[in-house]
Design a binder for this molecule. Structure first.
Ligand SMILES: Cc1ncc(COP(=O)(O)O)c(C=O)c1O
Length: 299
């Protein structure tokens, strides 16, 4: 396992020595929020958008991130430097509502302010299958949470629904789960947004479908629109998924990742298709541009 370094409420400490109370609400109830940021060519990428989403998640759950954006950013930068990874760095930012006086779900029993924990480790190198043979997917029986329940737009620490879906996928020898929503609409994967290609038509589920507004999804949409590539955000069905020529995912960790089989049958010709390859290659160039632009505005 790679070395994990933490920042526990302001102090940098080795993960093995970083401890949180058994009465912490994230442990008891998953009552927390999180973000994952990473470096690209050693430089942090998309932090402003990730921290803005963290704020939105906190607001939706009715608590506050106890430190401001500048301090959080400083902690992330310092932790990345302290880890000193030779490759890229993965950083997870977790904010728990705080410690409870007793194991009682009522947030009124919270006796501390929110707790901020950062984890940094070396980012595992991309799985070559993401860009070559692609991954396999299963449309799982577990439904994506309805927006009126724990809204998927909130990046909360409660991923049990996604975990159940992933377990179902793995039981059926698939790499990832694809979730339908309560109206039968296509939503997303357990930790990635999904895109469909039919001929030259490129589509991804709209935010109204009940998904996380992925930061990578946003950057890819902006890149495609700027370059004049038509793409739509809309409600998509299971049948759209099953008739797609190509399917791919986007996420902070995977960037653009091909999906080449669904429930054991090939998608299209069963290979990472030309549109997925093209979007992946263009996004790799876009990442260079984005980190460059970000470091020139933050310096
Ligand atoms: C449910 C879900 N959808 C989509 C994504 C992709 O979001 P991002 O591009 O911000 O990493 C994630 C990332 O963890 C996720 O958990």
């Amino acid at each position: 396992m790679s070395h994990i370094l933490c920042n526990l409420d302001g102090q940098i400490v080795d993960a093995a020595k970083a401890t949180v109370s058994v009465l912490d609400r994230s442990f008891l109830f998953g009552d927390s929020i999180y973000e994952v940021v990473r470096t690209h060519r050693g430089r942090l990428f998309g932090v402003t958008r990730h921290l803005a989403r963290l704020e939105r998640s906190a607001a939706r759950l009715g608590f506050e991130v106890p430190i401001d954006e500048a301090e959080l950013r400083r902690r992330i930068v310092d932790l990345v430097a302290a880890l000193g990874a030779t490759g890229e760095t993965y950083v997870r930012v977790v904010v728990s509502r705080g410690t409870a006086s007793e194991p009682n779900i009522d947030p009124a029993c919270t006796v501390s302010g929110p707790l901020v924990v950062l984890y940094a480790r070396e980012l595992s190198p991309p799985d070559p299958r993401w860009r070559t043979t692609g991954l396999s997917a299963r449309v799982v029986d577990v439904l994506r949470n309805d927006r009126r329940a724990l809204d998927p737009a909130v990046k909360s620490g409660n991923y049990l629904n996604n975990i159940l879906g992933l377990m179902d996928a793995k039981r059926h020898a698939a790499d990832i789960a694809l979730f339908l929503g309560t109206q039968g609409q296509l939503t997303e994967s357990e930790t990635s947004n999904v895109w469909l290609v039919h001929g030259d038509r490129l589509r991804t589920p709209s935010l109204e479908s009940g998904i996380l507004a992925g930061i990578t999804r946003d950057y890819v949409l902006e890149m495609l629109r700027r370059d004049g590539t038509a793409c739509e955000e809309c409600m998509l069905t299971e049948s759209d998924l099953r008739t797609a020529d190509e399917v791919f995912l986007t996420s902070t960790v995977k960037d653009v990742c091909g999906i080449t089989s669904l429930d054991g049958s090939p998608i299209g010709c069963g290979e990472v298709g030309p549109v997925t390859r093209d979007v992946g290659e263009r996004f790799a160039v876009e990442l260079d541009r984005l980190v460059e632009a970000e470091s020139s505005t933050s310096s």
